[in-house]
Every structure is written in structure tokens, then in C-alpha cells.
Design a protein around this ligand. Sequence first.
Ligand SMILES: C[S@@+](CC[C@H](N)C(=O)[O-])C[C@H]1O[C@@H](n2cnc3c(N)ncnc32)[C@H](O)[C@@H]1O
Length: 376
Amino acid sequence: MQGLTLIGSGWHPLLFRAEIQALTGPIEVINPRVLYIPLTDSSLDRLSRAALLDEVLSNSGRYWVNPQASQEDLSQNIANWALKHLPEGSFAVRTRKLGIGIPGFSRSTIDKEVGALVSSESRSVDLESPENVISVVISGPEDGPIHRDEIGQNSPIVVWGLSHMDWHRESYSGRAPTERPFFQPVSLDPRQARLLISLAHRRTAEVETVIDPFCGTGGIAIESALQGIETLASDLDPRMVEGTRENLASFDLEGRVETCDVSEIESLWGIRSDCAFVFDPPYGRSSWSSGKDMELFFEALSAAHRIDPEGTLSTMLPTTPEALQAEPSDDVEVMGMPWSELEAKIIERGWKPVFKAPVRVHSSLARMVVVCHPAD
Ligand SMILES: C[S@@+](CC[C@H](N)C(=O)[O-])C[C@H]1O[C@@H](n2cnc3c(N)ncnc32)[C@H](O)[C@@H]1O
């Protein structure tokens, strides 16, 4: 079956894989940041939602770098592949490395060697505006990974393919929280907002509606509305509501934004289907200990379950920096209590955590991304 090779961002390979799996279904893991998925009618549409996807290659080839491997042999392999898969017309070879690359494999030499081997009367090199791009990725070990990954480092591999012309990496230019008309320090980074939304997808049902009951400055609402998903946002603070409306309007986006306490969102939005509840709840260290923020989070879980018992939920919760180094099975502290306790309370409210991963915010701050499906 025809498939696509996907190259992910080095920021968080584990989350990259989880995101692609949530969006498209089963994945073959070639390397922590290199995946292969079957190509279906909806693959490209679904991949266009991904936050951590850097590149999409079609008709791809692979070359495992074992002791017998050499750069010349690699270039010859790519040239043989090109005879079969490179359409006629102009082309360019663009090689890049992931992590620290692979010793003995140089980007510029591969570009030149493959270019020379492949070019012919019907296929000419054009480095400025080629009709086709052969993208070559030299995937070596990460240079001190930012996030722990249970897969660890696989054997070095070079993958290549035709850079997919119908897929373009999301550009966040102009979308940084500080560039929006209404900004507050709580604003969620657009890439993380988009990631939370895509993690809430399931192969079996399209997300029709994103509901954010703690919308703040609208970080999640903007990313959801940009994808054409119905967006229902609310916040207790009328200044935040006004600010989210202003931010959505500045991108010419539509979305309903209302002032509402989280406990009232069921009467605000009514009973619905195909919803994803995506939010980062309020967190202030002092108020977790008083339990107030914890209650708001639980309130959100219960209200979400009443609105759409078949929906999905994706959130980011405060955790300790130790969680970044912990084993997935360790009982780390999330929202001020051991994960096992919090998980039991989430389940009591009708949701089952199906995925969790810690994310580094800065050296002394981390958040736990948690994705839940209905418990029953
Ligand atoms: C961490 S912020 C959300 C930030 C948001 N994701 C953004 O991108 O700006 C949490 C939000 O919860 C709101 N909030 C606090 N208590 C609430 C309640 N009881 N019901 C609804 N919203 C509440 C706060 O006003 C705040 O805007």
C-alpha cells in the first residue's frame, strides 16, 4: 500500500507520534521522529491539523546506516529510486539532518552527488524554483533530547522521498500571543494549543466542535476556528471574553464567546455530539493547595461529560519538573496530588486518561498533557 513518511519536530518526538496517531490512526515508527503511515483519502487533510509535523514525503525510500553503508552507496540508491519515482521536469535535492546527523554523511555532498547522478535531458537541476524536490533526511541521534522518550535512539537511518507539494508546514507568523491585540501572561502558545486540539481527535469520529470553558485570551479558540472547527469558548472573566472576541476578530475568525462560570456551560451550550473539550484550567500555586482550582478542573470534567458523554478531552495540567525525568509508570505529582489519585478522580467523573506526557515550560516549570476518552 502507498504511504507517507512523516518527519516530526525535535521538540517532543513522543507527542509528535501521539499527535499523528490521534489524527490518522496506526503508525509505523521508523525512528523517534520519523514515521510511516498508510495514505488514505483523508490523510493530507488530517495532517494539515498537526502542530508537530515538519515534513511529508511521498514514494519514500530508506537506507539503514550499518557498518557497510557509505555515502556513495546511499547516493546511488537514491538515484536508482529517482529513475522510478521522480517525475520529469526540473528538480532539486535538499538534504537536511536531524539531531547530530550521521558521521561520514554530508548534506552538501549528497545534494551534489544525487543531483549529478539523476540529472538528464528530461530532468534538470533547478535550485531556485524546482518543479519537484527530492528531500533527503539524515536522521542521527538527538543532541541532548529536550524530553524523555521511551523509544530512545534507534539505529541511524537516511530517508528520502518527494517533498509533498500539497502539504505545507503550518506557519505561526503573526500568531504569537504577544502579537495579538489582547495579550495576558496566561496565553497559550499557538503550537501547544493546536497540539491539544489534534490530540483530541480520534480516527472514528471527526471533531465537529471545540469547547474551551477557560478560554482566557483565546489561544485555543483561535487555533480551532482557523481549522474551520465550530468553536465555543467561555470564561468567567468578562475582560477575557472581550479579549478573545477581539483576538478572533483580528484574524477574521468566527466563534461564540460568552461570559460563563465553568459549572454553567451545560446550560450555555446544551447537549451536543462530536465535541472535543480542550482547555488549560486556571492554576496558581496558592489556590491548588486551597483546592479551588482543583474543584474548577473537576467541574469542567463533569460539565463536559454531561454535554457530550461520547466526546474527547485534552488538557494541560500543572506538574513538577521531576515528572520530565520520571518513568511513565512513576506516580508523579499532577495538580498537587499523586497521578494515581488524580486519575481515579478523573475516572469518577466519566473520563478515562488514554495518554499523558510531561512538557517542559522552563527549567522550573512543567505541564502534563492529558488526553481522555469516555470511561465507559
Ligand atoms: C490558564 S487561563 C487559560 C488561558 C488560555 N488558554 C489562553 O490561551 O489565554 C485560565 C482561565 O480560566 C478562567 N477562569 C477562572 N475561574 C473560572 C471559572 N470558575 N469559570 C470559568 N473560567 C474561569 C480565568 O479567567 C482564566 O482566563
